[in-house]
Design a protein around this ligand. Structure first.
Ligand code: URP
Ligand code: ZN
Length: 453
């Protein structure tokens, strides 16, 4: 089957060009100024941009945190993703403390059946031992070339020595380790102090996790990676102070890669004073406007490499579990549908980043870092994952006008410009005119070694 997308402007990190694109089955088979393909299905992309399909580097679908199960599973989450132009999510397959990586991988393959966009898995290592080290080679053979390790959460956190050993093994295999950087021990003390001062509501959350909680942990992770001679990937960077630590590591020659999320660019800790402050409880917490600004500048300068959503949705009823105690509010917020719209509106339209940077931040950099050489660029022979982006659309996000399976959005009230009008996953139209037209076509992406090695 052939599809001819005509009259659009193609956006790659290297530049924009007015080219038609011919898709056959799941591949891009021709690009040219005026292509003809009699018999092909025609899509008119006049006045639209064509982006490489967006890749969300950070989602949590169907995750049981121990106290709450996320509202979105892969069925609902990947439909929302596709509606936002995301053609591939990298979700966190999460090892159980007494389980193996192989068991977690099998479990996540099962959960992801029926996904509407492509998917791959980072493996979250929750227990480290020699057996786990040996499993990492088998993970690579099965298409898992990246990991996450947590410095926080009782059921997930590992110690510095374990991060060091995992980094060494990852470096040997050509895999990349991302770390959730917060200082757990200090955090525990600060939570108790904030609660003892009488601040038990959502505003206690950011007070218990000030920027230095992140920055200390980023600095420590940088040094551990230096000792292990391994590249380091910081997930969901939220602070100017953390950014400074990453800059220091880069200045001494380390390979450091940074991810941030729309919430750390657009929202501040004032949100916790709202009546529905619980919906903004996530870790790391929302910061100050100067942190937002520092991260925007780092996007513009190319210092931040990827933008993931950290989509981890809970309903307001679930959030109410912590109405007496902020430390019991399930951590996380939805966002997988809105990443590109927010970046376009508040990044490109405001002149903070270019269209080309948007393509790099939402797609190409993730494809390179996470071993997907077939994706992230619109070029001859590459996978036909692409987005027809209509820049003329205007709208406003509310708590309910989205496809996330929950009754809230941290971006409620945000005006947006532009939308994913048509979305192609593996050459097939999954979204047309902003509506899902085909569900369940997503495939597992078997990823290779990280291209940094
Ligand atoms: O609050 C958050 N971000 N929840 C999801 C788990 C994580 O820390 O990434
Ligand atoms: Zn996360």
């Amino acid at each position: 089957m052939q599809t001819l997308i005509k009259n659009g402007t193609i956006v790659n990190p290297q530049g924009c060009s007015r080219l038609d694109i011919l898709i056959e089955d799941d591949r891009i088979v021709a690009l040219g100024p005026t292509l003809r393909a009699p018999g092909a299905q025609a899509v008119n992309a006049k006045d639209c941009y064509i982006f490489p399909g967006f890749i969300d580097t950070h989602t949590h679908f169907d995750l049981d945190t121990g106290s709450a199960l996320t509202a979105d599973n892969f069925i609902t989450g990947t439909k929302a993703a596709a509606l936002g132009g995301t053609t591939c999510v990298l979700d966190f397959a999460t090892q159980e403390r007494d389980g193996t990586l192989q068991q977690a991988l099998a479990q996540w393959h099962e959960k992801a059946q029926g996904s509407s966009c492509n998917y791959g898995f980072h493996m979250a290592i929750a227990r480290w031992d020699e057996g786990v080290r040996q499993e990492m080679a088998a993970m690579l053979e099965q298409g898992v070339s990246s990991y996450k390790m947590y410095m926080v959460y009782d059921a997930l956190r590992v110690d510095d020595g374990q991060i060091f050993l995992a980094l060494q093994e990852a470096a040997r295999l050509g895999s990349l380790i991302g770390v959730h950087c917060e200082n757990w021990d200090v955090l525990q003390q600060m939570i108790q102090q904030v609660k003892a001062s009488g601040l038990t509501g959502p505003y206690g959350h950011p007070l218990s996790r000030p920027p230095a909680i992140e920055a200390e942990a980023v600095a420590r992770f940088m040094r551990i990676a230096q000792l292990a001679h391994a590249p380091a990937y910081v997930v969901h960077l939220s602070t100017a102070q953390g950014l400074e630590e990453a800059r220091r590591a880069r200045a001494r020659g380390q390979r450091v890669y940074l991810e941030t999320c729309p919430q750390y660019l657009l929202l501040t800790d004032l949100c916790y004073q709202a009546e529905d402050g619980a919906k903004y409880v996530m870790s790391p917490p929302l910061r100050k406007s100067w942190d937002n600004e520092a991260l925007w500048q780092a996007l513009g300068s190319g210092e931040i490499n990827t933008i993931g959503t950290d989509h981890c949705s809970f309903t307001m009823a679930q959030k109410a579990m912590g109405s007496e105690d902020f430390s019991k509010i399930p951590n996380g917020a939805p966002g997988v549908q809105h990443r590109a719209q927010l970046l376009y509106t508040y990044g490109v339209c405001k002149g903070r980043i270019t269209l080309e940077q948007m393509a790099a931040l939402l797609s190409s950099n993730a494809a390179a870092l996470f071993g997907m050489p077939d994706r992230g660029i619109l070029a001859l022979g590459r996978a036909a994952d692409l987005v027809v982006w209509d820049p003329s659309y205007t709208g406003c996000i509310t708590d309910t006008n989205h496809a996330h399976n929950c009754d809230n959005s941290p971006y409620a009230g945000f005006a947006v410009q532009g939308r994913a009008r048509d979305v192609f996953v593996n050459g097939q139209a999954v979204v047309r005119d902003g509506q899902i037209v085909a569900a369940g076509l997503g495939k597992y992406i078997h990823r290779s070694r990280c291209s940094l090695y």
